[in-house]
Design a protein around this ligand. Structure first.
Ligand SMILES: Nc1ncnc2c1ncn2[C@@H]1O[C@H](COP(=O)(O)OP(=O)(O)OP(=O)(O)O)[C@@H](O)[C@H]1O
Ligand SMILES: [Mg+2]
Length: 264
């Protein structure tokens, strides 16, 4: 029987940082196989939400379940859970003294006892999956920004995690490289049977590949629904965000939080 339970289940979550509540009353579930876009203006708490999924930040209240279990607090259990989560962070995080292949090999070296020849084969498969097999022996400085992002993506995939989390995967990329990366995220999600959560303020590049969109603003979820429902929304707050207007009828920072959002 295929597992139909959600891969992420967040229930009435509140997250505090530096003595301040960043997010409150977040309820969200992410179905297996889907691509969920988490959108919202800068500082709205998108990365904070991700840190609750990886166990970096403990909930003040509410619950977070990832891959069928509550996110553990004990270090060892947490490390085990994290093997199942591929994370692509904003800055790539590639080690500049290592080649592309050596960077992708890092998680395999750290978490498995596979022989070097097999690791090399797996690494080349991951690089092939992102279209960069030929760049295996190149150093990060020899790669374009888009290529480096794809190497980081291959590294995030190294341990075959069922869940992929992308935090601003398009930062610093031109429109063509952005298109390549988003296309890759979609193809990998579908061909490898992954589930992907993409945190971004690049709405227009991300919505075409998303099955579900969530908008975070003013400390909570202000929209949750399909990308087409989001684009059709007449809510002034949503319109302001989608159109990237600095000022609008409702300033993001001062609008009262209101949990209109019906959650998947
Ligand atoms: N380590 C921290 N300690 C205290 N406050 C923090 C910390 N990290 C983030 N914050 C605060 O939490 C709020 C949400 O930050 P977060 O980084 O989650 O936003 P974001 O939506 O990811 O923004 P961006 O789009 O700029 O990446 C901000 O007000 C920020 O100042
Ligand atoms: Mg962020």
């Amino acid at each position: 029987m295929p597992d139909t339970s959600p891969i992420v289940r967040i229930d009435h979550l509140r997250l505090d940082r530096g003595g301040r509540t960043v997010l409150r009353d977040i309820t969200l579930s992410v179905p297996r196989g889907s691509i969920v876009a988490v959108l919202g203006p800068s500082g709205s708490g998108k990365s904070t939400l991700l840190s609750a999924l990886t166990g970096e930040l403990a909930p003040t209240s509410g619950t977070v379940e990832v891959l069928g279990q509550p996110v553990p607090r004990a270090q060892r259990a947490l490390l085990e859970l994290r093997k199942g989560i591929g994370v692509l962070l904003q800055g790539n995080g590639l080690l500049t003294d290592l080649t592309a292949a050596e960077n992708v090999a890092l998680p395999l070296r750290m978490h498995t006892r596979l022989p070097p020849a097999l690791i090399r084969r797996l690494v080349l498969m991951k690089l092939h999956a992102v279209g960069l097999r030929a760049a295996a022996d190149a150093y990060p400085r020899e790669l374009s920004g888009g290529m480096a992002r794809r190497v980081a993506l291959a590294r995030a995939l190294a341990l075959d995690p069922p869940l992929m989390i992308y935090d601003e995967p398009l930062t610093g990329l031109d429109p063509i490289a952005s298109g390549v990366v988003m296309d890759l995220v979609k193809r990998l999600n579908d061909s490898l049977g992954l589930t992907s959560i993409i945190v971004t303020h690049h709405v227009h590049e991300t919505l075409p590949i998303a099955d579900h969109a969530v908008v975070i603003a003013n400390g909570g979820i202000v929209f949750s629904g399909t990308p087409s429902a989001l684009e059709a929304s007449t809510d002034p707050l949503i319109r302001q965000f989608l159109n990237g207007e600095p000022d609008g009828p409702i300033p993001f920072e001062s609008a009262a939080f209101n949990s209109r959002a019906e959650v998947a």
